[in-house]
Design a protein around this ligand. Structure first.
Ligand code: CA
Length: 227
């Protein structure tokens, strides 16, 4: 059995409408020690995610009732920060960009090897639970790594999962300047496309949400939470 950092069994939700593939995933994840639930359509997935607690979600994009990208956007805007591995039938550039914007943590294009799904899930779960558990505070901003909550002067701030990871990393290392490359290493899963220019996008969004001067740019070096 696999357990998370606080001693409970690691639970994974599989959202896939193709019965054979869903069974294969359930079987492989169960064999690797995870507790799994399965949803075969968007409505069921949405219900489970909002009523249960998962450590990770495997999300197919083409689904009956509500498609995966719509679900992803709805969950992230509701503050649900669970790591999500997206399965896409087409390795479409457009879909991938939409997924990144919507807050997916990693991708696999079909067909894929189950072993690779397992490896990527392990990495996602490890990264999500690997941070220290203390509340992080920088000036008016507080970030709680245990529940993914961020507040600005005690008011809740909604962040996408990538924005959250950038902020959490900068707040963990607020004593020094962090380079764009280092941020990229920490926000994207291994082997997924790493594009350092997307870091600037996340920094820009964080400044809009938390105040323009909250994160400073140190020319030629990177970023730092303003002291
Ligand atoms: Ca499908």
């Amino acid at each position: 059995m696999r357990y998370n950092g606080v001693g409970t069994l690691v639970r994974v939700l599989i959202v896939e409408d193709e019965p054979t593939l869903s069974r294969q995933l359930s079987h492989a994840l169960g064999g690797a020690g995870y507790a799994t639930d399965a949803a075969a359509d968007g409505d069921r997935a949405d219900f489970l995610v909002r009523t249960e607690s998962y450590d990770a979600i495997v999300l197919d994009l083409g689904l009956p009732h509500v498609d995966g990208l719509t679900l992803l956007a709805a969950w992230r805007s509701a503050g649900i920060a669970t790591p999500i591995l997206v399965l896409t039938a087409r390795s479409s550039w457009h879909e991938k960009v939409q997924g990144i914007d919507g807050g997916a943590d990693d991708y696999m294009a079909k067909p894929f090897r189950i072993e690779e799904v397992l490896a990527r899930l392990r990495a996602l779960i490890r990264r999500a639970s690997g941070h220290t558990q203390a509340l992080l505070i920088a000036g008016p901003v507080a970030l709680d790594p245990r529940n993914g909550r961020v507040t600005l002067q005690d008011e809740a701030v909604k962040l996408t999962s990538h924005e959250f990871r950038v902020l959490a990393y900068l707040m963990h290392h607020q004593d020094r300047v962090v380079s764009g490359g280092e941020l990229v290493e920490h926000i994207y899963a291994q082997d997924s496309d790493r594009e350092s220019n997307t870091v600037e996008v996340f920094i820009g969004r964080l400044r809009r949400k938390l105040g323009a001067s909250f994160i400073r740019t140190v020319r030629g070096m990177g970023y730092q939470i303003s002291p």
